[in-house]
Design a protein around this ligand. Structure first.
Ligand code: UDP
Length: 378
């Protein structure tokens, strides 16, 4: 049996490895000149710092099997994501925690007092928040919403928070203690030599052949028993029904002699600052020491056809087009659409790996009867 994987990101590498271990002949085509997709890391020749080339990726999960899996291929070192945000001329701690609340309101509340205080700020008439804005007003109230979320979200998504789903904000907790780890997962860390080295090790198997700088064309599919496609779903169909909307990112790179901001991620909550955040990459590898520093100012905007798609927008208009593509896809056979782009979903790395492991297991058990999508896009 000979299987083609389109894309050498996390989905492609994990599925490819599992199939190769089962004795299947695996070919992977990757359009870029490197593996690891958007979690690609590369050492900066000017500063020596390990760069997160397509923006920051921090590994965090509650899934022990996924954690054990990544640790098979990389040495993970402890990393806590302690994000700061600048708003109204001050620096605050994120996600919103007791320190943020006390600092913002110039108070010295204990946890229960802060909980009660925030409940008084909140709009309790909202019983079932549907939008990002309703979720924010219900759980933190207008002051914190406007300082930390409103401007940032307008910049990030290009629409009003009243037009976005509550699920986007539900990614962020509100804490009534001083815990400022951005994520609250059992396992969290960074691969010592970067994500690209990890993905290269996953792909290092006799049964896997990787072709870099090789764009996929659908005419190749017929040469294989099955294709796992991790490219954009609409791309498979040559965009014949139109383009699914994404946000893309522009990174304005700059260097600094020393420590520019003292942390890895500094968000900018206000709309008047044109970028959403500045990332200082040496702080993603705290076990290394570098005199020089390299940073990205991050700007989000609508994704044009030649840009790199990052965040699926998934508003009403996009979901309608997605539904059309999903029904179009029902006519396809011998293909499985996988990962963030293949299923048009906002996926964290651990979820991507979990779905890839499950998809590979399903394929080994069911062969061509494997579902068309690693997970339903809608
Ligand atoms: N967000 C915000 N202010 C912040 C950080 C996040 O308004 O300082 C909102 C924003 O809409 C973002 C969402 O919360 O898209 C989820 O944030 P997360 O940090 O998970 O985004 P990611 O790191 O995936 O870009």
């Amino acid at each position: 049996m000979h299987v083609l994987l389109v894309g050498a990101g996390l989905s492609g590498a994990v599925i490819g490895r599992r199939l190769a271990e089962a004795g299947i002949d695996v070919t992977i085509v990757e359009a870029r000149d490197h593996v690891a997709g958007n979690c690609h890391t590369e050492r900066c020749t000017e500063t020596g710092v390990m760069m997160h080339v397509y923006g920051p990726h921090i590994f965090h999960t509650d899934d022990e099997e996924v954690w054990n899996y990544v640790n098979r291929f990389a040495q993970f070192l402890p990393f806590k994501n302690r994000v700061k945000t600048t708003s109204k001329g001050q620096v605050f701690s994120l996600p919103i925690n007791l320190h943020t609340i006390n600092q913002f309101y110039r108070k010295t509340m204990r946890p229960d007092e802060a909980r009660e205080f925030i409940e008084q700020q909140a709009d309790t008439s909202i019983t079932d928040p549907q939008t990002f804005e309703e979720q924010a007003l219900r759980f933190v109230g207008p002051d914190l919403y406007e300082a930390f979320f409103k401007g940032y979200t307008i910049k990030q998504w290009g629409v009003q928070p009243s037009e976005l789903p509550a699920s986007i904000l539900q990614r962020l907790p509100v804490r009534f203690n001083y815990e400022d780890n951005y994520f609250f997962h059992k396992f969290q860390g960074m691969p010592q030599d970067g994500y690209t080295a990890m993905v290269e090790r996953i792909l290092d198997h006799d049964g896997i052949t990787v072709h870099l700088s090789t764009p996929f064309s659908r005419s190749q599919a017929g040469n294989y028993d099955h294709v796992f496609y991790s490219g954009p779903l609409d791309g498979w169909f040559d965009y014949e029904l139109g383009h699914l909307g994404y946000r893309t990112l522009d990174f304005e790179r700059f260097t600094y002699d020393g420590d520019y901001q003292g942390c890895a991620v500094m968000n900018y909550g206000e709309e008047s600052v044109p970028y959403t955040r500045i990332t200082e990459h040496k702080h993603f590898s705290p076990w290394e020491s570098h005199d020089k520093s390299v940073l990205y100012r991050e700007y989000a905007r609508a994704c044009a056809p030649d840009d790199i798609p990052y965040y699926p927008i998934r508003q009403v208009k996009e979901k309608a087009l997605l539904a059309d593509y999903v029904s179009h896809a029902q006519q396809e056979s011998h293909v499985t659409f996988v990962g963030r782009l293949g299923t048009y979903r906002y996926l964290d790395m651990d979820v991507t790996i979990r779905e890839a492991l499950d998809t590979a297991a399903t394929f080994l058990a069911q062969g061509p009867d494997t579902p068309l999508f690693s997970n339903p896009p809608l």
